[in-house]
Design a protein around this ligand. Sequence first.
Ligand code: ZN
Ligand code: ZN
Length: 273
Amino acid sequence: MEDLYDLHIHTTFSDGDMSPTQVVEAACELGLAGIAIADHDEVAGVDEAVEAGKLCGLRVIPAAEFSTYDGKADIHILGYLLDTRSEKLLEHLTKFRNARRERGIKMVELLRGMGVEIDVDSVLEIAGDGAVGRPHIAQALLRNGVIDNYEEAFRKYIGFHSPAYVQKYHLRPSEAFDIIREAGGVAVLAHPGTLRRDDLIPGFVAAGMRGIEVHHPKHDRHAVDHYKQMAEKLGLVATGGSDSHGGKDGTLLLGSCTVGASVIEDLERARSY
Ligand SMILES: [Zn+2]
Ligand SMILES: [Zn+2]
């Protein structure tokens, strides 16, 4: 069997429900040759996966999925083959975590100002090690009996345009390209078929992007063909991965979208630009 790699996997270090070790063990059982751990705005799960991978002969590629915003759309950018000790990268990730935390605290303050029963400590406790987000606030509101369901929390309080909503801190795509380059990595546009902004791609290439994610569970055959052709035309690496978040929704996507070993070689070549 050809060596297969799943290059887009989340763990408990962002919003996945499997630890890096659990992901590695499951990937070994599936017979994959390698995986990329690509948590949202986080590289802290990579080391654990690399160590677990050594035990079962699975190659683990260090990666992350950066949340960026260009003023109109949320754009996810994958960074592959990252030096997870890069100063600029770690500085950004710390800044990102702090900004999310401050945003959470601000929203709690707004809610308290409205007379809603909620406190900062319980929200931070619910968030645990992960970046503080609105679901954690909704959970605290639910626990205090302020609301009956999540939908109500977003509609009445923390949804976009609702009174306790606070804007998220975001990186611009070009900033993500710079951080990835400085960490010795390769920037790849995640799931362009869900973004539907092909017009942005030439500008991203000019700014340092070297690949696009061609194979993704949300890409149908037409989208795969389309982005494969675009990668060839623009000289970009054509990556792919399952975007697995574990098994919480009843379906384990891990290993459902893979690429061959030649893509790893393409990524290694692209980083020496
Ligand atoms: Zn994404
Ligand atoms: Zn993802």
